[in-house]
Design a binder for this molecule. Sequence first.
Ligand code: AMP
Length: 182
Amino acid sequence: MRLVILGGPGAGKGTQGRRLCEALEIPSIATGDIFRAAIADRTELGDKAAPYVERGDLVPDELTIEFMRDRLTKPDAKQGWLLDGYPRTAFQAEELSFLLSDLGQRLDWAIWFDVPVPVMMKRSLSRSRDDDAPEIIRRRIDLFHNRTIPIVEFYEMRGRLLRIDASRDADTIHQDVLAQIG
Ligand code: AMP
């Protein structure tokens, strides 16, 4: 099974992603975690990505796409995967399609954990630290709209989008996703 997960802050993407990987026995490939680990280990990728990650900017498409091309052709990626944090731009989404067709593979679903903005606000605030002021959370929500909605539309147009009502409790959401992906 090959999955992409999408969702704003407080959508429960982390929890649901972990549960899906366990249930389906597929690796999770989370670009944010990979970049942070590469920076800590001072690898070549880490050194190149560091200035962007530290500013909260997106790492340039060229670097990110090249890394993913390499990562998705590794042996453990043969049986499937769950991508968290990739694609983040329409260009990355296009490139992922090209890569998969080169590999003779296809994406099963892009799963969108959809929650209304007030729920995103409430959940983010309830787990926030002191420095997570409402303005910062609102900025994250705006960023999500600007960046993620185009990706949602990309997959919707291709008939690959699964929209999940993620305002429900975690168990219900998990069961619903499993039922829908078959
Ligand atoms: P995250 O943990 O997913 O919020 O990612 C942390 C940081 O890693 C982001 O702020 C970006 O700098 C970088 N990053 C993660 N995924 C991508 C991506 N698909 N494209 C570009 N940069 C990314």
